[in-house]
Design a protein around this ligand. Structure first.
Ligand SMILES: [Zn+2]
Length: 164
């Protein structure tokens, strides 16, 4: 009597994080080529220790997080160099993150405001205890010596000479 074909059983186990809804661990990994296109000068700037924003020559609006086109008039913007010192507008501590950053939690994110610039810049704050972080506190940009060509090439610290 012929037997029905069968796939072999899988012997390894699977972690179940939740039964309903069923939640399991699945490994996911992908490489892809990511072009920064018009944002390329921003990343070149980071590699040179410079923060580049953009401004609209028509509206005079200044973007700390650069935009190629003005969000008000739609016109093309121009690059300009941001100061490397700003102040904390807001902050949060992240206890969970995307897979790539999970091993780094908890970490602190800050929204940095620069004098004369109309939008904020999101970055990491490093080396400051949570109890010492204050809204309005001065922070200074630091740049990785070896560029990763990502926004992680810049982070902020408390300037040594600043006590408030
Ligand atoms: Zn504009």
């Amino acid at each position: 009597m012929p037997t029905e074909p069968r796939l072999p059983e899988i012997e390894r186990g699977t972690e179940v994080f939740s039964v309903d809804p069923l939640t399991i661990r699945t490994h996911f990994e992908v490489d892809y080529l990511h072009s920064y296109k018009q944002d390329t000068p921003f990343f070149h700037g980071l590699a040179k220790g410079k923060l580049l924003g953009s401004h609209c020559p028509k509206c005079r609006y200044k973007f700390a997080t650069p935009r190629v086109h003005c969000m008000y008039c739609g016109g093309p913007t121009q690059w300009f160099e941001l100061p490397t010192e700003g102040r904390i507008h807001s902050w949060t501590v992240c206890y969970f993150a995307a897979q790539e950053f999970l091993k780094e939690v908890p970490f602190t994110l800050v929204l940095v405001e620069f004098k004369g610039v109309d939008t904020l810049f999101l970055s990491r704050l490093v080396g400051v205890e949570r109890r010492d972080i204050k809204i309005g506190m001065k922070v200074k940009a630091r740049f990785r010596r070896k560029a990763t060509w990502t926004v992680r090439d810049v982070y902020f610290v408390r300037p040594k000479r600043d006590a408030d």
